[in-house]
Design a protein around this ligand. Structure first.
Ligand code: GDD
Ligand code: MG
Length: 335
């Protein structure tokens, strides 16, 4: 069976990191985000098509080098075609029932159960659904039994039909491709699903964990989830002098820590935490946090540094940035 990974968006909500890399290659636990999606695909998916517009070359080159144990084709979309148009753009390569995955979701969906449900219902399309406390930033469904009768993308306050959201995984029969207009930008969520909901669309709710890693909050949540599900580790050759580790952390070989770390912290290779405090945050390769600094709820880009006594909170610091001594950076996107 084939799967299409739609991974071509601009990743605006992870800027400035996505100025320098496509969202699919933003590291999660020190591996490109898209690899976590491939990890979760079952054996029956023997061919993966990655649909990319933004930074196509980077994604293509990445898959030339990466060995992911199955056929991966990276397909260029010369102009962005939206989530529906991206699938239509690869239509000629698809045959039989196929899966479509948003490229930025980390979750515990059981594909085998999802596929069995899709086959039992026998409809043209099935969406995986997940319940969240606040659905307003997502696609939200109204259900009657197992049928999705309404689909509202990013509903205005008070207009969400439920708290069940589109988890970003679909199973489609080839006839769905006929519902997507060719040659222009098409939103799956704003055009195709509302039209299908009026005729035949099924929903498969699942529980466990789910996070969209395309925002700072979602990215840190995905990090926490992956750490809690086997990703936490301290490499025996990491340099830990007077380090205090608390809760789930990932410290790879080549990282150096002499401060307080955790919970929920990932250090990149070559990163360094002096006698500073870092919690609920991710340091990319070569980032350093100097003495007395405090980093919370943030991502620190490659080779960036947070100076002595500085505070960085709820922020994304880009690559090669220096946060000066004693400076406070709160809820910022620094490039
Ligand atoms: N190839 C291609 N071309 N990919 C695109 C394009 C495009 O023009 N636009 C977006 N994508 C990719 C993104 O890279 C991402 O992997 C996926 O499509 C979804 O786009 P996002 O921009 O991340 O959408 P969202 O998170 O706001 O909402 C979507 O995901 C939610 C779940 O995470 C929708 O599908 C919602 O309905 C859903 O609830
Ligand atoms: Mg997203």
């Amino acid at each position: 069976m084939q799967a299409v990974i739609i991974a071509g968006g601009l990743g605006t909500r992870l800027r400035p990191l996505t100025f320098n890399r496509p969202k699919a290659l933003v590291p999660l636990l020190n591996r490109a985000q898209v690899l976590h999606i491939l990890d979760r695909l079952p054996k029956e998916i023997d061919e993966v098509l990655v649909a990319v517009n933004y930074m196509f070359d980077r994604v293509r080159d990445f898959f030339r080098e990466a060995d992911v144990g199955r056929t991966v084709q990276v397909i260029e979309e010369p102009t962005p075609l939206g989530t529906g148009g991206a699938v239509k753009n690869v239509a000629a390569r698809l045959h039989g029932t196929f899966a479509v995955y948003n490229g930025d979701v980390i979750d515990s969906l059981d594909f085998t159960k999802f596929l069995a449900f899709h086959r039992r219902r026998g409809g043209p399309a099935t969406l995986a659904l997940y319940e969240v406390p606040d659905p307003s930033a997502f696609g939200v469904v109204g259900m009657e039994g197992s049928r999705v009768t309404r689909f509202v993308e990013k509903p205005a306050p008070g207009e969400a039909p439920s708290r069940l959201i589109n988890a970003g995984h679909y199973l489609f029969e080839p006839e769905v491709l006929d519902e997507i207009p060719a040659g222009r930008e098409v939103s799956m969520e704003r055009e195709v699903f509302p039209a299908l909901a009026a005729r035949s669309l099924h929903g498969f709710p699942f529980d466990g964990y789910w996070s969209d890693a395309g925002t700072l909050e979602g990215y840190l949540n995905a990090t926490r989830i992956l750490l809690a599900n086997g990703g936490a580790a301290v490499h025996p050759r990491a340099k830990l002098a007077k380090a205090r580790l608390d809760g789930a952390v990932l410290v790879p070989e080549g990282a150096e820590v002499s401060g307080r770390l955790g919970p929920d912290v990932v250090l990149g290779p070559r990163s360094r935490v002096d006698s500073a405090t870092v919690s609920n945050s991710v340091l990319l390769d070569g980032a350093s946090i100097e003495a007395g600094a405090v980093v919370r709820g943030s991502i620190i880009g490659e080779d960036s540094s947070v100076g002595p006594g500085a505070t960085v909170e709820d922020s994304i610091i880009g690559d090669g940035v220096r946060v000066r001594k004693a400076r406070r950076v709160i809820q910022e996107r620094m490039a």
